[in-house]
Design a protein around this ligand. Structure first.
Ligand SMILES: [Zn+2]
Length: 273
């Protein structure tokens, strides 16, 4: 599943490719993804120029020279590709086709269809049900040591579960929560309030793991736009994630795997406490 760095990499690639483009025609090749497409989506987007592509949490927000914003989420398997011309035949999972006025085609493909595409008025984005409960962006100044310290106070749930709570901070998914807690030296099972003393280490570590992932994503940007039939998502080098039983990169003792809130957590019980 794409996490925040992958979505941000997709955003950068799409903005580079599509900023200024005019949508000539929108073809929906089915009625819905995770939720139905708005009935008027083609009517509202055809003829509009793409002004910018923003991101909030793992949602892509396409701004147009109109009052409408296209909200897109990649779900598990969603991907955009930009082609110089229409393919000879569409694949079964090409669900949305955007024909551009310059002849190019932007395709949205999603094999498992957990993605979504919907519309919202620009002025209503902050209060939209998808966004109203979201915490700060992890790479923006609002996600500060002071903020995290107070967000963790009184929370008894394990710190890893709390860091993955989108109301606390968005975009720290399962992989990055394990990695950031390893770098912070914090036991993922520790009650959040008791881990608050290491808020600075956790903020710095979250910046580092997401920043490193973004840096490696930047170099594979082309894959998102030109490769067909491959996931395009880049591989990361992880310190603990997926390394259960392998030696800890710091102390060489085996990395442990446990289940927390239904998700796998990887950590070193010697280095994290
Ligand atoms: Zn260790």
């Amino acid at each position: 599943m794409p996490e925040l760095p992958e979505v941000e990499t997709v955003r950068r690639g799409l903005e580079q490719a599509l900023k200024g483009a005019i949508i000539k025609k929108v073809t929906l090749r089915r009625r819905d993804l995770r939720i139905p497409f708005p009935a008027d989506i083609a009517k509202k987007l055809e003829g509009r120029r793409i002004k910018s592509i923003r991101r909030r949490a793992k949602y892509l927000l396409f701004d147009f020279d109109s009052d409408d914003v296209l909200i897109a989420h990649l779900g598990m398997t969603g991907r955009f590709s930009v082609e110089t011309k229409a393919p000879k035949r569409f694949s079964k999972h090409d669900h949305v086709v955007f024909e551009l006025s310059d002849g190019r085609i932007a395709l949205y493909n999603d094999a498992r269809r957990f993605g979504l595409m919907t519309l919202c008025k620009a002025s209503k984005i902050a209060e939209h049900e998808l966004f109203v409960h979201l915490g700060p962006e992890p790479l923006e100044d609002s996600f500060s040591v002071k903020y995290l310290t107070s967000a963790l106070a009184k929370r008894k749930a394990p710190i890893k579960t709390v860091l993955m709570d989108q109301e606390v901070v968005v975009g720290v998914g399962n992989i990055y929560a394990s990695e950031a807690l390893f770098l912070s030296g914090v036991d993922p099972r520790k009650p959040a309030a008791k881990a608050a003393g290491k808020a600075k280490q956790m903020v710095d570590s979250i910046h580092k793991v997401l920043g490193d992932a973004l840096a490696s994503g930047g170099s594979s940007l082309k894959d998102f736009l030109h490769v067909s039939g491959e996931s395009g998502y880049f591989q990361h080098q992880f310190n603990v994630y997926g390394r259960n039983g392998k030696p800890c990169v710091s102390c060489s003792k085996p990395v442990e795997m446990i289940r927390q809130a239904g998700r796998s957590t990887f950590y070193c019980k010697h280095c994290q406490n």
